[in-house]
Design a binder for this molecule. Structure first.
Ligand SMILES: Cc1cc2nc3c(=O)[nH]c(=O)nc-3n(C[C@H](O)[C@H](O)[C@H](O)COP(=O)(O)OP(=O)(O)OC[C@H]3O[C@@H](n4cnc5c(N)ncnc54)[C@H](O)[C@@H]3O)c2cc1C
Length: 407
C-alpha cells in the first residue's frame, strides 16, 4: 500500500517527485520537509537574473511550489534521521513523520573555506537567502567583488557582478579552470571570456584568509603569497557536497551521495533523486552523481514512478533504468554554454562547427572511441541536433563526420 509519502528536500527533485505522484493518481498524504523557510525557489536565476536585480525573487519561485498539489508543508524543519525499515523521518524538534515511502531529495550544500567562514561580507551561494544577502551588499554600494573558485557558479557570479559594473577578481587554486568539467582545452576559454570582460582572473592562486576591517567586515582577501586583494564582498564558490549528514545513522549506503540502483531505490520504499543521489549509468559505465538542474528535474519523476510501481506490486527494476544523457547550461555575459553528455580532463575533444576564436562553436568529446559529449557556445540548435550522437553512443569518427556535415 502507498497511503503516505514523505519527501525530504522541497527543491527541484523533491517537488518534481511530488508533482508526478499527484499526476499519476496518488491521493494519499504527501508530506514535504525542507530546512529552508521560504517557498522553494529555482536556483539557476540566483546567480543570474535575481542576483542582477533583473528579476524580483518571486519570479524564481518553483512552479510546482505554486501548484495545488495538496502538500503537507514542513518548511524551516530539518530532517535529522531516517528509519529505513519504518519509513520514518525524524525532524529537528523530535517529531517523527511515519509513511509508507520516503523520497530523499536533500541536494547539496556549498563547501566552505574554514579560514573565511563566518566573516561578515563572505558568502556562499545556494539559497534565495544567500542570493539576497549578496544582492544586499551590492545595493549597499559594494563595488569590489572577489570570487573564490572559477567553477560555473563562481563564473556566473563574476559575470553578473561585472555586468553591474563591479571590479571583479576570480581566485582559482587550480592552474586550469574548469578542467574537471570541460577539460584542459575548453576550460581556459572561460577564463579568456572573463578576462576580455575586464575580470582579473588569478589561476594557481592559493587563498590565505580574509582581511577584516575595524567594523568586523571583510575588506580583502590575502593570498598565499601575501598580496591582499581588496574586497567589499567575497563569494566562495568552491563546489558542493551532497547533503547526507542526516542519513549517517540510517544504514543506507553512502558514497559521496546516496547510492541507488537503476530504479533509484536506496532500500525498499526509499528512493533518492537529484544532486544527492549516485546512480549506476550503463551508458557511461560509471556511477554518477550529477549536480545539474535537468538531472534533478528528470530524477524526481523517475523516483516517484518507482514508488508507484513498487506499491502496485511490480518489480521496479523491470522498468527502463534511469540513464539519461546529462544536460547542463551556463549563462555568462552574452554566451550560453551548453553541454549534452559528459566531458572530462582525459577525453578527446574536437571543434566541429564554428571556431573558439569567435566563441560560437560546437565541440565533441570522445572516450573509448565513442562520442560522449557535445559542447556548444551560442549554438543551441546544433547542440540539440547532435545530442543524439551521445544518446546512441555513435563511434567517434562517424560522429565527427556527421557533426561537420552540419557546419
Ligand atoms: C546559484 C546556482 C545556479 C545554478 N545554475 C545552474 C545552471 O545554470 N544550470 C544547471 O544545469 N544547473 C544549475 N544549478 C544547479 C541546480 O540548481 C541543481 O542541480 C538543483 O537545484 C538540484 O536540485 P535538488 O532538488 O537535487 O537539490 P537542491 O536544490 O540542493 O535542494 C535540496 C533541498 O533539500 C533541503 N535539505 C537539505 N538537507 C535537508 C535536511 N536534512 N532536512 C530538510 N531539508 C533539507 C535544502 O534546504 C534544499 O532546499 C545551479 C545551482 C545554483 C545554486
Amino acid at each position: 500500500v502507498l497511503d503516505a509519502v514523505t519527501i525530504v528536500g522541497a527543491s527541484l527533485a523533491g517537488l518534481s517527485a511530488a508533482e508526478t505522484l499527484r499526476n499519476e493518481g496518488f491521493e494519499g498524504r504527501l508530506a514535504v520537509v525542507d530546512a529552508e523557510t521560504h517557498t522553494p525557489h529555482d536556483r539557476p536565476p540566483l546567480s543570474k537574473q535575481v542576483l542582477s536585480g533583473a528579476w524580483e525573487p518571486e519570479r524564481a519561485v518553483l512552479a510546482a511550489a505554486r501548484a495545488d498539489l495538496d502538500l503537507e508543508w514542513y518548511l524551516g524543519r530539518r530532517a535529522t534521521a531516517l528509519d529505513v525499515a519504518a519509513h520514518a523521518v525524524t525532524l529537528d524538534d523530535g517529531e517523527v513523520l511515519a509513511a509508507d515511502a520516503v523520497v530523499i531529495a536533500t541536494g547539496a550544500t556549498p563547501r566552505r573555506l574554514p579560514s573565511m567562514d563566518g566573516v561578515d561580507g563572505v558568502h556562499v551561494l545556494r539559497t534565495i537567502d544567500d542570493c539576497l544577502a549578496i544582492r544586499g551588499r551590492l545595493d549597499a554600494g559594494a563595488t569590489r567583488v572577489v570570487v573564490v573558485g572559477a567553477g560555473f557558479i563562481g563564473a556566473e557570479v563574476a559575470a553578473t557582478c561585472r555586468q553591474l559594473g563591479c571590479d571583479v577578481t576570480i581566485l582559482e587554486a587550480l592552474p586550469v579552470p574548469l578542467e574537471r568539467a570541460l577539460g584542459p582545452v575548453m576550460g581556459p576559454l572561460v577564463t579568456d571570456l572573463h578576462r576580455d570582460h575586464g575580470v582579473d582572473v588569478r589561476l594557481g592562486t592559493a587563498v590565505d584568509g580574509p582581511v577584516v576591517g575595524d567594523a568586523g567586515t571583510v575588506t580583502g582577501v590575502r593570498l598565499g603569497v601575501g598580496e591582499v586583494i581588496p574586497a567589499d564582498v567575497v563569494v566562495v564558490g568552491i563546489g558542493v557536497v551532497p547533503s547526507t549528514g542526516w542519513l549517517e545513522s540510517s544504514g543506507l549506503a553512502l558514497a559521496d551521495g546516496v547510492v541507488v540502483d537503476a530504479a533509484l531505490l536506496a532500500a525498499p520504499g526509499v528512493v533518492a533523486a537529484g544532486d544527492v543521489a549516485r546512480f549506476p549509468s550503463r551508458r557511461f559505465g560509471a556511477d554518477l552523481r550529477i549536480e545539474h538542474w535537468e538531472n534533478a528535474m528528470q530524477m524526481g519523476p523517475h523516483a516517484a514512478r518507482t514508488l508507484l510501481a513498487e506499491a502496485a506490486g511490480e518489480d521496479p527494476t523491470g522498468r527502463p533504468p534511469f540513464d539519461p544523457v546529462p544536460w547542463f547550461w551556463s549563462d555568462q555575459y552574452d554566451r550560453k554554454i551548453q553541454l549534452a553528455g559528459r566531458s572530462g580532463a582525459d577525453y578527446e575533444v574536437e571543434v566541429v562547427i564554428g571556431s573558439t576564436d569567435e566563441r560560437r562553436f560546437v565541440a565533441l568529446y570522445g572516450q573509448d572511441g565513442l562520442v560522449r559529449g557535445v559542447l556548444g557556445w551560442n549554438r543551441p540548435r546544433h547542440v540539440m541536433q547532435l545530442r543524439r550522437l551521445v544518446e546512441e553512443s555513435v563511434p567517434w569518427a562517424d560522429g565527427l563526420a556527421e557533426a561537420r556535415a552540419l557546419a
